[in-house]
Design a protein around this ligand. Structure first.
Ligand SMILES: Cc1ncc(COP(=O)(O)O)c(C=O)c1O
Length: 369
């Protein structure tokens, strides 16, 4: 029986309704003969053939997977010299971001991320009932002083994507060390290194060294980017034991499928495939940055496998997006990141990269630029 003051239907938590649902990049360009999906930072080289083989050989779909992902954690531990007990695997690093937030952020607690930081942080904090706090960036780059200035007694978690999506900017390891050393010890620092494998700068580190010796630093990684397993949903994190324990208490008991575990182990063992992907990206990222800049479109120098292209204004970016889509080139509009004047382009295969530059040149001509 409804009491007179009870609402007419169940209502979600206020924080849930404050979330703008995550809008993935477009994946189709209707009416075009051939499309190039350059909107979600997926690798153009696909997954390792060994991972594909592991997937095709995976039988026993009726059997639950190993809920601890034991062999995968052991393979990751061996690959990076880590303690497997401190590794937690998830259905993409997105899941781990949500889980760690739910475990450490409650109603009224604050979580910090930066102006153009990856959108999932905001979603995870709101979903946990927390208050998202945005720390300003400098030159589209996270700023350690601004993050520290945003810390209050209510702060429970700080997210830094390194490199960040969609800007492609990164913090040198010295900055991450300074941030970690300056944060109060009860604040969890999550270093999201989804694009770590692509970074070739000498002053960069994914953050393992500080995660190793710290009680409040978590590093998240993914198999979705350079490993080419985005469709399987597989990520992992390296966390202090007490944090790993908290995540393990709240995650789904079988959150990573057996197929994903088998593919991850095989992908990890195929170093040659990763080397190829890094070489391809290094060459074509530099080429795209150079060619697009020489068209008169500034780009933000990127450490990842994508590049942020700046147009005159939001109208021009929208028009460019429509023009490129009409030629089968699917880029990512990034207005949800506060960058409506930009488009994000994932590094593709040679054919796609050359076509983007050619069509951007045509587009600019139509604009008299
Ligand atoms: C910075 C960053 N972190 C995390 C993710 C999530 O990746 P996944 O959930 O596929 O592991 C992405 C995906 O775009 C990303 O760009």
């Amino acid at each position: 029986m409804n009491s007179p003051e009870s609402p007419a239907r169940p209502s979600p938590l206020a924080g849930v309704l404050a979330i703008d649902p995550y809008k993935p990049g477009k994946s189709s360009a209707p009416g075009t003969a051939k499309t190039f999906k350059l909107s979600s930072n997926e690798t153009p080289l696909g997954a390792s053939p060994h991972a594909l083989e592991a997937v095709s050989k995976h039988a026993a779909l009726e059997i639950y997977p190993d809920g601890q992902a034991t062999k995968l954690r052991e393979a990751l531990a061996a690959r990076y010299g880590l303690d497997p007990a401190r590794i937690v695997c998830g259905a993409g690093s997105d899941e781990l971001i949500s889980l760690v937030t739910s475990a450490f952020v409650g109603p009224g607690d604050e979580g910090i991320f930066t102006t153009h930081g990856f959108l999932v942080y905001r979603i995870a904090i709101l979903a946990a009932g927390g208050i998202p706090v945005v720390a300003p960036e400098k030159n589209l780059t996270a700023d350690v002083d601004a993050i520290l200035a945003a810390v209050t007694p209510k702060t429970k978690i700080v997210f830094v994507a390194n490199p960040n999506n969609p800007t492609g900017t990164y913090l040198p390891f010295s900055d991450i060390k300074q941030l970690s050393a300056s944060l109060p010890s009860h604040v969890l620092l999550v270093v999201d290194a989804a694009y770590a494998e692509y970074v070739t700068h000498n002053d960069y580190s994914p953050g393992l060294e500080i995660a190793l010796g710290s009680e409040n630093v978590v590093m998240t990684r993914t198999f979705s980017k350079i490993y080419g397993l985005a469709g399987l949903r597989l990520g992992w994190c390296y966390a202090p034991l007490h944090v790993a324990d908290a995540i393990n208490r709240i995650r789904g008991p079988f959150n990573v499928s057996g197929i994903a575990q088998a593919a991850g182990i095989a992908a990890l063992a195929d170093g040659g495939h990763i080397d190829k992907a890094v070489a391809h990206n290094t060459t074509w990222l530099a080429w795209l940055e150079r060619e697009i800049t020489s068209l008169g479109l500034p780009v933000t120098p990127s450490a990842g496998n994508f590049v942020l292209i700046h147009f005159k204004d939001a109208n021009e970016a929208r028009a460019a997006d429509a023009f490129l889509t009409s030629h089968g080139l699917i880029l990512r509009e990034v207005s949800a990141y506060g960058l409506p004047q930009c488009l994000r382009l994932t590094v593709g295969l040679e054919e796609a990269n050359r076509l983007v530059v050619e069509k951007l040149a045509t587009f600019l001509k139509t604009k008299g630029r």
